[in-house]
Design a protein. Structure first.
Length: 149
């Protein structure tokens, strides 16, 4: 396990062998389980099993590559259709806003058909993970959702 100081002053630890990231402050602890099934079509049917029991689902979309949007929309629709998990809040991150051109927030919402989603709480946040743009807002939102669960 390694420790690093983030730009926000939080302590991070990451266990490389299990794809678990822990972020903590003196009052809050976040544990993130990273899954990358989107790259492996044969594992996509497993998503709901890993999401069940989570407080939040973070769904990341590459907004610099609109050709990936149909696949993202299809995968998100499968998750949202699952009655066992459709009550869990979904945080949809539009990543790579530092790359031009990129989809804006409205285009992402339309492309993912989020306006049709009424049972599942969701929010879209544009970010640039590599440049740390929008990350503080994401962490704030996660902490607030965690306080309400």
């Amino acid at each position: 396990m390694s420790l690093a100081q983030s730009p926000l002053g939080d302590v991070h630890s990451r266990d490389e062998s299990s794809d678990v990231v822990q972020m903590a402050t003196s009052t809050t602890k976040l544990t993130l389980f990273q899954t990358q099934f989107i790259r492996f079509a044969r594992h996509r049917s497993e998503w709901a099993r890993y999401v069940d029991g989570s407080d939040v689902v973070i769904f990341v979309v590459d907004v610099s590559d609109p050709s990936k949007l149909p696949t993202a929309q299809a995968e998100l629709s499968v998750l949202l259709a699952n009655d066992a998990i459709n009550h869990i809040p979904f945080l949809i991150l539009g990543n790579k806003i530092d790359v031009n051109p990129h989809l804006n927030e409205v285009e992402l919402i339309q492309g993912l058909l989020l306006t049709d989603v009424v049972k599942t709480p969701w929010i879209v946040m544009p970010i640039s993970a590599i440049k740390s743009v929008g990350i503080e807002s994401v962490i704030e939102w996660l902490v607030n959702v965690g306080k309400n669960t």
